[in-house]
Design a protein around this ligand. Structure first.
Ligand code: WT7
Length: 666
């Protein structure tokens, strides 16, 4: 908490333009005009619990109605709707049976190679029920944990929903994480089963998943895992361990299509999703069933103004929170037709996103700034992949998520993808918040490029100083949320002390949620702008990475590395880039030798964590810049990584000569 925000994505373009919502949108939107927005905010302010209770009754199907709303007696371990019972898969699937949605397309799946498969809500329920029976037959019980290490496929969504149906808590690990990362998470959560695929298809390449599961198991410690279920995505054979590994289709062939859902308490952990924090160990963010699902559904209707006729497309992988809330749960709870896309934005060419939108007539498109920036770049050098070559007139709302969107990228997105017609919802939220927190509303908010604008009704976001005092508009400070909300993180799996310390620090009174981002509100409108993380968390291509995690991975190469420090620096394409400063056990390498060792270390980090964590740059020094008490001066390293002049006082620096060694890229 002591460090000042350092992720200053500066922009060369000063954007003063305002974009008013169209009168059509205001007339038809779920939240209509600022009047509509203000009325909801007032309702939440006047009767906070009543505001939420009303919506929990209206949006969710309860097998046992709740009588309590918010329980703050054990703050910050808040609970919501605690004596109610429900099932998440019933609320995403069964609820639509017997309604016109039953035969509506739930998922339009477009595979990496362009092949399309559609499933209706009815089909999806059948598949989920069948797979839920498979899990049960394998001995998975309510309350137990199941790892999911799957590609972006219908089967990935089925696996998540099936866990929910039997009351098992899932933990999805992104398919780009390494065996080591998978093993650590499986051990931390005490998983009893893993659902995976033999391979995944990305950009025309077949990439292993099952082999990585085998490698993770071989690393040891996952003794509780008795079953590995393998979805056969491709025809390539994989090693199968007798008595442990089974093909999904073999088990499903003998499973019933009827599966009575397991009703669980509102607070039952629906899932745990690991994310990076400021220590080396990832945090298992635990979410509760009812509150999470309520907000997933409500934000589909508020932020995306979902209508029955919409074709919704969120490009996020199910391995991230965005793929949980806006692929696996939100769209289904809301009865939407959604696109699930297996591939990558650049295959077979960088016009793929636009082609998918045209092909399936997507009306709502939700992606990350990093994807937009890379597609801007691609279409600058190759006209044929420019969005103008595709018919994007079906779009009516476009969204951004995961990192600040720079005004240049915003303007391009607005002009070339949104046809100057679609509002951009720049949604600020986090793994911990479960769903959107601060975002424009398509039929209410005047847009300012680069600003996530205003908190959703019921979300009591504020900006405070380090002592928790409110700051005036225009002053940068800590982003906090002063009242609990239903979809908030419930705990860090197995580490309540870390939960309290990370999110509800005593300095802020112990009950205020600390987001971990810096923010500032505009003088004119009170709009929020996120200035970046205030902790040692980086955002690389919208992927959250802890600097300590990467440092731990580097020093784990005990043959080579004596010491390492990792910082982020702004990057035009990826938002932030990882720069590692390394002290080797041997002599400081130069020239080609330095390049060679840098590559070894980058590959090593790829193996330890996953390719997304590979440093963009490695620099070697005889030592790291330290104070006389031995503390690494990270601020200085950030200056060096950035190529900035050192203007600050370095008189406390033990070894100023080191700076010269670390000044230049290899
Ligand atoms: C961090 C959370 C949100 C789901 C995907 C990422 C940054 C997220 C925005 C935005 C500026 C943003 C924050 C936040 N972030 N959305 N619209 N504008 N920054 O979830 O991996 O938990 O990362 O992403 O720094 O703390 P996550």
């Amino acid at each position: 908490m002591s460090e000042t925000p350092h992720n200053n994505i500066e922009s060369t373009l000063v954007e003063n333009r305002l974009f008013e919502p169209s009168s059509n949108m205001v007339a038809s939107a779920a939240i209509s005009g600022m009047g509509g927005y203000n009325a909801l905010c007032q309702e939440a302010a006047d009767d906070f619990e009543g505001f939420w209770a009303k919506r929990a009754k209206q949006h969710l199907h309860w097998s046992k109605p709740f009588t309590k709303v918010l329980d703050e007696s054990n703050a910050p371990f808040y609970t919501w709707f605690d004596d109610g019972e429900l099932n998440a898969s019933v609320n995403c699937l069964d609820r639509h049976m017997g309604t016109p949605t039953e035969h509506k397309t739930a998922i339009i799946f477009e595979a990496d190679d362009g092949q399309v498969t559609k499933v209706s809500y009815r089909d999806l329920l059948t598949r989920v029920a069948k797979f839920a029976n498979v899990l049960k037959a394998q001995g998975v019980q309510s309350g137990e944990r199941v790892m999911i290490y799957m590609p972006m496929t219908i089967e990935g969504v089925v696996a998540m929903q099936a866990c929910a149906r039997i009351g098992a808590t899932h933990s999805v690990v992104f398919g780009g994480f390494s065996a080591k990362a998978l093993q650590e998470r499986a051990i931390d959560i005490g998983a009893v089963a893993i659902v995976t695929a033999n391979y995944q298809m990305r950009g025309g390449k077949e990439l292993p998943l099952k082999a990585i599961v085998d490698e993770a198991m071989a690393l040891g410690g996952c003794d509780a895992i008795h079953t590995v279920i393998v979805y056969q995505r491709t025809q390539t054979a994989v090693n199968m361990v007798a008595g442990r590994d089974y093909f999904m289709h073999d088990l499903e062939a003998v499973a019933s299509e009827q599966c009575e859902p397991e009703m669980v308490n509102a607070e039952h952990p629906l899932f745990v999703l690991y994310t990076s924090g400021s220590t080396g160990k990832p945090k298992g963010v635990q979410h509760a069933t009812a509150g999470y699902l309520l907000w997933a559904k409500m934000t589909m209707e508020w932020t995306f103004d979902l209508k029955d006729s919409d074709v919704f497309w969120c490009t996020a992988d199910i391995g991230w929170i965005t793929g949980h809330t806006y692929v696996a749960y939100g769209p289904l709870a809301a009865g939407a037709t959604q696109i699930v896309f297996e591939g990558v934005p650049t295959f077979p060419n960088a016009g793929r996103f636009w082609q998918v939108i045209e092909r399936h007539k997507a009306t709502i498109f939700y992606t990350a700034p990093t994807a937009i920036r890379s597609l801007i770049k691609a279409s600058t050098s190759d006209e044929s992949v420019h969005p103008k070559n595709s018919d994007l007139t079906s779009l009516r709302i476009i969204g951004s998520v995961g990192e600040p969107i720079n005004p240049e990228a915003w303007m391009w997105y607005h002009r070339h993808v949104g046809g100057e017609r679609c509002p951009i919802v720049d949604t600020f939220w986090q793994t911990e918040t479960g769903g959107h927190m601060i975002t424009p509303l398509p039929g209410a908010t005047t847009l300012v490029p680069g600003s996530c604008t205003l908190p959703l009704p019921g979300i009591m976001a504020s900006i405070v100083d380090e002592a928790g005092h409110d700051l005036p508009h225009g002053a940068g400070g800590l982003l906090v949320v002063k009242r609990p909300w239903p979809s908030m993180i419930r705990n860090i799996w197995g580490d309540s002390a870390r939960f309290k310390k990370s999110y509800f620090p005593d300095e802020l009174g112990g009950t205020t949620y600390l987001a971990g981002d810096g923010a500032v509100r505009s003088e004119e409108r009170g709009y929020f702008r996120i200035t970046g993380r205030i902790d040692d968390v980086l955002n690389v291509s919208g992927h959250r990475m802890g600097t300590m995690e990467i440092e731990s991975a580097l020093v784990a190469h005990t043959d080579l590395v004596a010491e390492a420090a990792v910082v982020g620096r702004p990057d035009d394409l990826t938002g932030e880039a990882i720069v590692a400063f390394v002290v080797l056990k041997g002599a400081r390498p130069e020239g080609e030798e330095a390049q060679r060792i840098a590559k070894i270390l980058r590959d090593w980090v790829g193996k330890e964590i996953g390719p997304i964590a590979k440093p963009k740059e490695v620099r070697f020094g005889d030592n790291l810049p330290k104070t006389r008490s031995g503390k690494i001066m990270r601020r200085l390293l950030r200056n060096l990584a950035n190529g900035e002049a050192i203007t600050q006082d370095i008189s406390t620096l033990e070894n100023p000569a080191i700076l010269d060694q670390l000044l230049k890229p290899l």
